[in-house]
Design a protein around this ligand. Sequence first.
Ligand SMILES: Nc1nc2c(ncn2[C@@H]2O[C@H](COP(=O)(O)OP(=O)(O)O)[C@@H](O)[C@H]2O)c(=O)[nH]1
Ligand SMILES: [Mg+2]
Length: 349
Amino acid sequence: MIIKRYVVDNMNEAMVRIRYELGNDAVIVSQRKIRQKGLIGIFKSRKIEVTAAADDKKKNVKSNNEKREELEKELTDIKNMVSILLSQRDTNKKDSKNKTKQKLLENDIPNEIIEDIYGNIKLKNQDKKLSPKVIQTYFKEALLDIIKTDENKDERIQVLVGPTGVGKTTTIAKLASLYSLYENKKVGLITIDTYRIGAVEQLKTYAQILSVPFEVALSIKDIPEIINKMKNCDIILIDTTGRNSKNIMQISETRKYIETANADKVHLVLSMTTKQGDLKKIIENYKMVNYNSLILTKVDETNAYGSILSCCYYGNVPISFLTTGQNVPEDIEKADKDKILKLVLGDDN
Ligand SMILES: Nc1nc2c(ncn2[C@@H]2O[C@H](COP(=O)(O)OP(=O)(O)O)[C@@H](O)[C@H]2O)c(=O)[nH]1
Ligand SMILES: [Mg+2]
């Protein structure tokens, strides 16, 4: 049995406190009006003294039950809160993957490449849950693996191949200027492009301006003799006829020229204004000539740089140069990995 004494202003207050502290089964044993002690008591209103009693065990059992109910309720609330937070986090994660993906798609990076990279990240990190930031870092690392750039060791015999109009001849003029004017190398120019009217004249004019030897090969048979003539040259650049990548016969003829010339470097020249689907086919079909470098032209004519990544991904050889305009010799630069990554991802990434 618990007996407690309460000094209260009124009975209402007494009942509330007794019920709270002793439970519903408590009984009031006595009540009386009192005046507080001392001088102050005279000016204060009278109080009531209530004595109440309750069964000790009953009160405890009841309060334990109440406590358990309260705990259970709190637990349910916490569970609900956690599940809401978890579902919010999942949607945020999805949103952020979709946002990154959306940005890459806007930059013209093919879905196939994006999914391939995400697939690899998932595979490598099997059960681990990755934050969007970590995924983005892995993504950038994967891009840097795909983007290969050439060390440009100034190989002696270099051939430029690729479709018509991509800028092969213009690029040869730019390279000839770079090597002869800036690197002080002896350069020789050869063209096997006797197919198009004016093609010979175009390169011959550049050769005259630069005062470098220039030769025309009318057939494969001429190649060894011409190369022999240029034995003093540090670098020999060979221009070829633009080939339709679908024409296997034409491409295999170009391959014969390359083999006869014993080329050290075969640059596949690709224009960034070409549609991505076409680029992929050109890259595949030209594999026949065993190119070991890419030159990407007309980078100035596009804002969607995903094509650059496509070339790296499908070509799987390093990029040597990028060209950025029609001006000879200034509109050419050596490929730089970080610069290309920035172009591919867009400025704010
Ligand atoms: N905007 C732009 N035009 C280029 C670039 N490179 C070449 N061209 C132009 O593309 C056209 C075709 O160039 P050409 O060298 O004859 O191409 P080829 O048929 O592959 O030899 C010419 O009008 C060039 O001036 C470049 O980087 N940017
Ligand atoms: Mg040409």
